[in-house]
Design a protein around this ligand. Structure first.
Ligand code: GAR
Length: 213
């Protein structure tokens, strides 16, 4: 399965995907990395892994739809079958979603629907929750909304500060995202529309787990 990873920043989740693919744990190939920022560290990671990469700057497009149309043509040119938003800090439009129906994934550092948007780890820390975590979901055009595919819980420790909590969530993100991509590669994921909101069904897999204590 040919995947694209869309990034804006450091790209540690991209690295986790590249590492899983190199280790033979992923029946998927990163066919393209797209960044909306020219200085993203993720681009260096793509370069070092000999993966094609592109900068498509949002500043060059008048509307979100025009931006997404440019993304769609790049993704099609590279034969992409699954689009993974890994720290891609932009809202996507129906232009992208219609081109890849139920094939756009996002990872978010909270147990959605709690704490969507920016700085989810800080939001969770400041709210004083006892458990937070990370979520991989199908993107539906809202901000960090859409059918949940999988989640890992992370317990907030008494001695955590925002940085230690962020780091432990990130460790779990790096485990969860390649795992979910592998489910897509194996064709295990379907959507059940029969019970109100669309629900993700993953054949033979637990969709929720607890991180390392
Ligand atoms: C990750 O923590 C990811 O969950 C988050 O951005 C970070 C990117 O890190 N995404 C969001 O907050 C999306 N709303 P990375 O560039 O090192 O993978």
């Amino acid at each position: 399965m040919r995947i694209a990873v869309l990034v804006s920043g450091s790209g540690t989740n991209l690295q986790a995907i590249l590492d899983a693919a190199r280790a033979g744990c992923l029946e998927a190939e990163v066919a393209l990395v797209v960044s909306n920022k020219a200085n993203a560290m993720a681009l260096t990671r793509a370069h070092e892994a000999h993966v094609p990469s592109l900068v498509v700057s949002h500043k060059d497009y008048a509307t979100r739809e025009a931006y997404d149309a440019a993304l769609v043509s790049a993704l099609r040119e590279h034969g992409v079958e699954l689009v993974v938003l890994a720290g891609f800090m932009r809202i996507v439009t129906p232009v992208l979603l219609a081109a890849f129906p139920n094939r756009v994934l996002n990872i978010h550092p909270s147990l959605l629907p709690a704490f969507p948007g920016l700085d989810a780890q800080r939001q969770a820390f400041e709210a004083g929750v006892a458990v937070t975590g990370c979520t991989v979901h199908l993107v539906d055009g809202g901000m960090d909304t859409g059918p949940i595919v999988a989640q890992t819980a992370v317990v907030v420790r008494g001695d955590d500060d925002e940085a230690t909590l962020r780091a432990r969530i990130l460790v779990e993100e790096h485990r969860l995202l390649p795992r979910v991509i592998q489910w897509f590669a194996r064709g295990l994921v379907t959507i059940d529309h029969g019970r109100g909101v669309p629900r993700v069904v993953v054949a033979g897999q637990a969709r929720g787990s607890f991180g390392e204590p």
